[in-house]
Design a protein around this ligand. Structure first.
Ligand SMILES: [Fe+2]
Ligand SMILES: [Fe+2]
Length: 482
């Protein structure tokens, strides 16, 4: 596959890897066999601390701060294994923990103390294809959350607290996955904006669960209106930010080689991974999608990835929503505002058919700052005026679209077609601030001008998705059974 826009990044990573190898360390370091005696440091302060690529056997702990070592173990007060961190782009430190046991809780200390601070732990994924011991995978999804510090309404802490209140009242389960739908830091996705809008808002979650993000238009600088397909054309007016490519790609360490499952994409811009019985795909609807060659490469990778996927459930995330009447309107002309929303058409016309052909169950976007959730759809690739509920959604005997609730729960194998060819599409872009909605898209079952986020709970036979508003109340839900 040809990924011209990622070539520079590959070279940079190869060079970095060579440098670390030459210095006697390596990025893919294995835990030192030094035993408990090496964990005699003290807990270090960090500017940011977060988890990446947590799989069933491996995890990356990433931070920025003076410490260069990490200790970890399965007992909070007796950390026995030490890892030396590599220094990566923009001063981040990365400790790669390997040889981990599946579905197991690990405590850790940045700085290599013998005991972990309270609340500093994570759990590995179950063996691929299997359920976690508690039977449920608990996923939090937020979109367009990044307005803290930007001058736009800073509602993300309220949305976070609404989720925490809901969670506390409903079993208080630790998150297994944390997905971010783009526009994670306004207005230009600079490193400083990421600090204020991400690392300072969710520190008590980011140290416990891997964050899996996607790229929004605001990640590409230029006040969010870039239409470039080249990550090296990133520009910002922030004098503190000197990057000429997206800070997002320095901040996150995303799988390029199928490190956590899935088919290797060869780029951090889009990727996939497995978590137990769930397969998750992240597409790049902002940068890679805007170039014919890159878009075709992403599509052929997607087909390969989904063709090899045998998970019970499949979730896709990307930024640009195919069906919306929120702050963006999926019926607007594709060349409006210089074509910034062309990806809405690309997703709808070119990617949705692939989702349907390859068993995707639910798909999440942001971009519109509202909550909009579709019926159980198949075959709707045009403007909203072409939507025909009877032929493009799962319907009852009277031809009415089923809403996915109570007596109308969706079935993964649609009774109508006998195959897994229907998808629920959700816009969850109201986790940072709210915009006025322009109307109701007929493909959507729920359209809420409400701040909030989404919680998805998945077991062997059911997938339940809930919209949680800033008061911690369920504003919409649906369920799919298999
Ligand atoms: Fe946005
Ligand atoms: Fe956006």
């Amino acid at each position: 596959m040809n990924h011209p826009q990622t070539r520079y990044r590959h070279l940079a990573l190869v060079t970095l890897a060579a440098l670390f190898t030459a210095c006697g360390g390596k990025i893919e370091s294995t835990p030192a066999d030094a035993g408990a005696s090496s964990c005699t440091g003290s807990e270090a302060t960090t500017e940011r601390l977060f988890l990446q690529q947590v799989s069933s056997t491996r995890a990356i702990v990433k931070w920025r701060g003076p410490a260069d070592t990490l200790c970890f173990g399965t007992a909070q007060a007796a950390l026995g294994q030490q890892v030396v961190a590599a220094t990566t782009e923009t001063g981040h430190k990365e400790a790669v923990l390997t040889g981990l046991s599946p579905d197991t809780q690990y405590f850790y200390s940045v700085g290599g103390a013998p005991a972990a601070p309270t609340g500093q732990y994570f759990s590995t994924a179950p063996v691929t294809g299997e359920l976690p011991a508690d039977g449920n995978t608990h996923i939090w999804i937020i979109g367009d959350s990044g307005t803290v510090g930007s001058g736009l309404p800073p509602e993300a802490p309220n949305v976070r607290d609404g989720f925490l209140a809901y969670n506390a009242a409903n079993g208080n389960e630790n998150l297994d996955l944390f997905l971010m739908l783009g526009d994670n830091a306004y207005l230009e996705g600079t490193d400083k904006q990421y600090q204020e809008a991400v690392f300072d808002v969710y520190p008590d979650l980011l140290n416990k669960v891997a964050l899996w993000p996607t790229i929004g238009n605001h990640e590409m600088g230029s006040f969010g209106i870039s239409t470039s397909a080249d990550i090296n054309s990133y520009t910002t007016n922030d004098p503190d930010e000197t990057a000429t490519y997206m800070p997002y790609l320095d901040i996150f360490t995303l799988p390029t080689q199928g490190e956590a499952g899935g088919v290797a994409s060869g780029t951090e811009q889009y990727y996939s991974f497995d978590h137990g019985n769930i397969h998750i795909v992240c597409l790049d609807s902002q940068v890679a999608i805007r170039d014919d060659t890159n878009r075709e490469a992403m599509k052929s990778w997607l087909v390969q990835d989904l063709s090899a996927n045998t998970a019970d459930w499949t979730i896709v995330i990307y930024h640009h929503p195919p069906y919306t009447k929120g702050s963006h309107d999926s019926d607007d002309p594709r060349d409006d505002l210089g074509g910034i929303d062309q990806p809405i058409f690309d997703i709808r016309e070119q990617f949705i058919p692939l989702f349907e052909q390859h068993g995707v169950d639910i798909a999440y976007a942001g971009h519109s700052h509202s909550y909009e959730r579709s019926w159980y759809l198949n075959g709707h690739y045009g403007l909203s005026t072409t939507f025909d509920a009877a032929t493009m959604s799962e319907v009852d005997g009277l031809g009415q679209s089923l809403n996915g609730q109570d007596g109308q729960i969706y079935q993964q194998i649609s009774p109508g077609s006998g195959v897994d060819d229907k998808v629920v599409y959700t816009v969850a872009g109201s986790s940072g601030y709210l915009s006025h909605m322009k109307g109701v898209h007929p493909a959507n079952a729920a359209s809420l001008e409400s701040l909030g986020s989404v919680v998805v709970d998945v077991n062997a036979t059911t997938l339940t998705a809930r919209f949680i508003n800033q008061a911690g109340t369920v504003g919409d839900w649906f369920r799919i059974t298999r």
